[in-house]
Write a protein that binds this ligand. Sequence first.
Ligand code: CA
Length: 231
Amino acid sequence: MNTGTNIVIVEDEDDIIDVLVYNLMREGFSAKAIKRGDEGLNVIRQELPDLVILDLMLPGIDGLSVCQQLKADSKTKDIPIIVVSAKSEDTDVVIGLGFGADDYLAKPFSPRELLARVKVALRRKQGSQTSETNDRLVYDELVVDSTRHEVLVSGELVKLTATEFRILYQLASNPRKAFTRERLLNRVVGDRIIVADRNIDVHIRSLRKKLDTAAVMIETIRGVGYRFSPE
Ligand code: CA
């Protein structure tokens, strides 16, 4: 079974490469591992894979530089990048996200968790290519319907303010993608529109209260901002 999905792994530890390649191939993905940052960058530019799994500490050039260069190039900027790193401090998460990575996983991670993230990133990429907006997002008990401007939790209609709706829609249409407070607010209200409260935390707090059991899907990333985590 081959899904036709090509994944490039830039990682210098043999044990991790073995586990990744084995698990990705078992899922029907083609996987290739490159051990140096500079070589990884070249291969990715040539082959334009569907997804990149990127270690941070690498010989050649480091993972953050690889990430930054891929995201700065229009040919490679839409390739999802999942950063995996042994450095799990918050500062590294912030840096990783600031450099445009799509997701971050701290080592050691389970192959199952990584595969779940890979699938989400691939789905998100596919979704953004096929349609500009998803009309109806469904995650367990939560339904976000952008055509009707409606939110349902366990079948019950939830009344949100326009800003709350836009925040929820922005998060829910980008599952697992981390947003800084500033980026989220600018996506939602823009720079020029004056809103009563530019403090995103106030809107999130109110949103969570209204979402009841679905509130857990809005995850706070300490020192960074928020992300929508449906599982
Ligand atoms: Ca390494």
